[in-house]
Structures are given as C-alpha cells and as structure tokens.
Design a protein around this ligand. Structure first.
Ligand SMILES: Nc1ncnc2c1ncn2[C@@H]1O[C@H](COP(=O)(O)OP(=O)(O)OP(=O)(O)O)[C@@H](O)[C@H]1O
Ligand SMILES: [Mg+2]
Length: 534
C-alpha cells in the first residue's frame, strides 16, 4: 500500500511538474512570439492563444476555435501561398512550415505575419495529426520594405521618364549609372535609343565598350580621377559607337555619388547627343576653309588683274604721248608754213587743235603720274609732318603771288609713311585749297591734326573757298572727276584720285566735307605703324 501510495504521490508530483513546465512553455511561447496556435489537423479544432487573439484585436473566446476561423482571416491574395506551403509541409517536404501572409484584424485592417509551425504528431501512415504554429507580427518590417520598394520605384520612374520628358526630341539626355569599375548598373530609355542597345545588353557592358577607341583613354583617365576622389565631376565631349556601328558625338557629364559613409558608391553619367551640332560645326569649318580659299584665290586673281590693267593703262598712256606730240608738232609746222595765208576761221581751228592737243598731253601725263603712284614701291620712314607741310607751302606759294593768304598751321605729329608719296598728296590738297579760294579776297587755310588715338594720325586741310556740294564728296576722288568748270578752275581732275591712292597704299582713309560756297575740309587718317610706336 505504501509503495502504491508513494507511487501515486510521485505520479501526482510528476504530473504537477509536467503541468508546470507545460505552463512555462506556454508562457515562454506567448512572450517570445505574438501568440501561437495548436491545431488538431484531423478535427479542425484550433487553440488560439490569448496573445494571438489579442494581436488581432479579439478577446479570448471571441473566435470559434476552428481552423476555418483562421482561414477566414488570411488575406485572399496570400491564400494560395499559404496552402502551397502547408501542403509541402504536410507531405514532409519541408522540416518547418514557414510563410509570410497578411491576417485581417478585428477592425478590418491587415497585419503582416510571419507564420512558423511544425507538425508535431502524425499517424502511422504519416498523416499529420497535430500542428503547432507561432506567429510574429512583421507589419513594420513589411511597411519599411514596401516604402523602400516604393521609393525605388519612384526613383526608377523619375530616372526613366523625367529627363525623357523634358528633353528635346532630337537631343534627349541619356543617363546611366556605372559602378566604380565603370560597369553599367542602370540606364534610362533615352540612352537605349541613343546607343541602340537594350538595357539588358547595356547592363553587362563597361562604358568603355561603347566609347569610340580614340576617346576611351581620355574618358577612362578622367573616370579614374573621379573614382579616386580627385574630382567631383567632369565634362567631356566624346564619340560613342552605337550597336549598329555608327558613331555619335556626345557631351558627357559624369559625377560621383558617395554613400552615407562618404565612400564612393557609383557614378552618374549624363549623355547629351551633340552629333548634329558637331556636324554643323564641321560643315561650317569646311565652308570657312573653302571660303578663305576662294577669297585667297579671288584676291590673287584681282591683284593680277589690277597689275595687268595698270600695265595696260601705263603703256597706253605712254604710247599716246608720241602721236600727241606729233599733232602738236605738225600743227606748229602748219602754222609756220601756211599760217600767214590762212583765213580767220582756219586759224581759229588750228588754235583749237593746238589747245586740245596740249590738253590731251596734260591728261596723258596725269595718267602716267597716277600710274606711277601705284607702281612705286612704298618706302616707309618716319615723316615729320610739320616740316613736310612747310616745304609744300613754299612750293605752292610760287603761283599765288599777290594774294592775301592767312595760314594757320597747328603743331603736327610725326607719321610713318613714304615721304615722297605723302608729299605728293599734300601738294595736291594744299594746291587745291589755294586754287579753290582764288576768288576770296582773303584766303584762309588751316592745317591741323585730330586728337591722337593709339598711334594713328589724323590730318586735315581746311579752306574758305568755293566748297562743293556735299553729295559729291566721295565722287571727287575718282579719276578725272571734277565739279568745277575748267574755264574757272583749271586742272585735270587726277589730283584727288592720286591722294586717295597714296593714302590707301598706306592703309589709311581719306574723305572730304564741304558745302557750296562755304569752303571744304579734307581729312586723311593713317593707321598706327606696325611694330612700333610713333
Ligand atoms: N578745296 C576744294 N574746294 C572745293 N572743291 C574742291 C577742292 N578740292 C577739290 N575740289 C573738287 O574736286 C575736284 C577734283 O579735285 P582734283 O584735285 O582731283 O582735281 P583738280 O584739282 O581739279 O585737278 P588736278 O588736281 O588734277 O590738277 C575738283 O575739280 C573740285 O571740283
Ligand atoms: Mg587738284
């Protein structure tokens, strides 16, 4: 009896201990997880732990303790996955059942749940009898994942479409991300279009693989500096080779992206197609070269033509002299021989012939002189304008005895030029001033200089003579162009043409201002001498 008593006591104790440890296990499960389920697979009965119920917002006893209650709470979208995982576990294909699924809470919202479980007993045929499962709420983790996914997706969209969106049709911006080795990690649609490769093809390539061989070295060197942190970005114009083998020109802007820890992570490369621009530039360059070539040829032609014309006019003028001399000579002979017997009319005709021949001789001489101005080589020295003007004044005064002339000569600069030619120009300008003031009781002639500007020189000669109609101010520089009657003011009309030619040959400019009866002013401007200051 004692033994039996003892045994029963012991049994009770053991049972007690067992119950306690069972209770401890339950508590541990409750604390470590978000509740558990104990499922009698055969009857469908389920024990839902209080905590399991609480996390879904239910009081104990509120849910029928049956597997169908649980199945009703599983999100319909997750059901196939759940069934599949369960099936696999029941068939013994997985040591542990594990599934992530959503469960509906009492208020209708869903929480993400990591469900882990195991069949703890099977019958002889291996059919599951009992299964225990533990749940863990992973809603916040799932939310974070979802947020991450969404922000990635957003970034993707931005990446793919934003730049496509505002880029111009012909010049959209291709973007690619490359790792620190230069391998493409991602790219947008514009780059695919630009290079003719798909994103999948590009994803296995180094950027150097679609770079023109001649530009690869330069780009690689810059990229290395970028990755090494020697620069934060770089800009390069380079050629890309498309999948179809065509070359396109692009402007690439590469910049380094660092992680939170400051370490370089990847580089972003923006690619702008500038093929058209390059083509236009090239065409323009070619055109310019062609144009320069043409201008050069044309100038050479013109120079040659000018020389020819010059030679022609010179030789014509020269050859005309002899016949004109003959006319003059024979008119004179005729006069001596038969002059006394001629009647009044014949004598007058003879005089006109003689006078015309003389005139013609003058014109021919003027032309020859003009021609010489063009052919003479320019001997440039420093010329003291003041001294030169004084010299010319003296020379011109010879023909104006008895006239009242008020000279006003300002200080004049030294200029760089051919003294003899500049002298010839001054002779004409000053003699014109004297000639066209002939009718004035008191001629006033002023010679001065403009404000000196960076080495160039401006000289003017002003008179108070008859002046001229301003409309013809540029015409009078032409050969034989005269505004005044030869009977009133004699001359051939070559003087100013000569002045213009002389100043032109010095690289300068000459012009006139005047008004009828209000005098005239002639200006000439000489450029700063090359290689030296005045
Ligand atoms: N100082 C001036 N005042 C008014 N008219 C002028 C003056 N200088 C030139 N002209 C006008 O310009 C024309 C051309 O001048 P240019 O010196 O070429 O010829 P010219 O003096 O008539 O003859 P040449 O100089 O050949 O003896 C003159 O005929 C005259 O009509
Ligand atoms: Mg003259």
């Amino acid at each position: 009896v004692n033994d039996r008593e003892k045994t029963r006591d012991e049994l009770i104790e053991e049972l007690q201990a067992l119950r306690e440890s069972h209770e401890q296990l339950r508590l541990a499960l409750e604390v470590a997880s978000d509740g558990f389920r104990d499922w009698n697979v055969q009857t469908g009965e389920v024990f839902f732990s209080p905590r399991w119920l609480a996390t879904l917002g239910y009081e104990p006893g509120e849910l029928e303790p049956h597997v169908d209650s649980w199945k009703r709470l599983v999100h319909p979208d997750d059901m196939p996955r759940v069934t599949e995982a369960l099936q696999a576990h029941f068939e013994g294909k997985t040591p542990i059942y594990e599934c992530q699924n959503r469960l509906r809470t009492k208020n209708g919202s869903y929480r993400w749940n990591l469900d882990r479980g195991q069949v703890v007993s099977r019958d002889a045929s291996g059919k599951p009898l009992r299964m225990v499962g533990v749940d863990a709420d992973i809603t916040s983790r799932k939310d974070a994942e979802e947020a991450l996914h969404q922000s990635r997706e957003k970034y993707r969209l931005l990446f793919n479409h934003m730049l496509d969106g505002f880029a111009l049709e012909s010049a959209s911006v291709g973007i690619h991300l490359v790792d620190l080795e230069g391998k493409v990690e991602d790219c947008n649609a514009a780059l695919e279009r630009m290079l003719g490769y798909t994103k999948e093809e590009l994803a296995t390539m180094l950027f150097t693989e679609f770079t023109h061989p001649e530009d690869a070295e330069k780009d690689t060197a810059l990229f290395k500096e970028l990755v090494a942190g020697e620069r934060t970005h770089y800009l390069i114009q380079k050629r890309h080779v498309r999948k179809d083998g065509h070359t396109i020109w692009a402007r690439v802007n590469a910049s380094l992206v660092r992680g939170d820890d400051g370490k370089p992570e990847y580089a972003i490369r923006l690619v702008e197609d500038i093929t058209e621009q390059k083509r236009a530039e090239d065409a323009l360059r070619r055109l310019n070269v062609e144009l320069e070539d043409r201008v050069f040829k044309r100038t050479a032609e013109l120079v040659a033509l000018n020389k020819e014309l010059e030679a022609f006019s010179y030789s014509v003028s020269h050859d005309l002299r002899a016949p004109v001399r003959h006319v003059t000579g024979f008119v004179k002979l005729l006069d001596e021989h038969a002059g006394a017997n001629m009647d009044e009319t014949s004598r007058r005709h003879l005089t006109i012939i003689a006078e015309s021949a003389r005139k013609m001789g003058q014109l021919i001489d003027a032309l020859l002189e003009f021609s010489r101005t063009a052919r003479k080589e320019l001997k440039t020295t420093t010329v003291d304008m003041k001294g030169l003007v004084r010299e010319v004044q003296q020379e011109c005064l010879g023909g104006v005895d008895g006239r009242q002339i008020a000279w006003k000569v300002h200080p004049l600069p030294e200029v760089a030029g051919d003294r003899a030619l500049l002298r010839a120009a001054l002779v004409n300008l000053i003699s014109n001033a004297l000639k066209f003031t002939a009718g004035r009781t008191r001629a006033e002639i002023e010679i001065g200089t403009g404000a000196p500007e960076d080495g160039a020189a401006l000289i003017f000669i002003r008179d108070n003579g008859v002046g001229f109609d301003e409309r013809y101010a540029s015409k009078i520089f032409g050969v034989f162009q005269r505004l005044h009657d030869a009977a009133e003011f004699e001359g051939t009309g070559i003087g100013l043409a000569n002045v213009k030619r002389i100043i032109d040959r010095h690289g300068g400019r000459v012009w006139a201002e005047g008004a009828l009866d209000r005098g005239a002013t002639f200006y000439f401007w000489l450029p700063k001498p090359k290689g030296g200051s005045r």
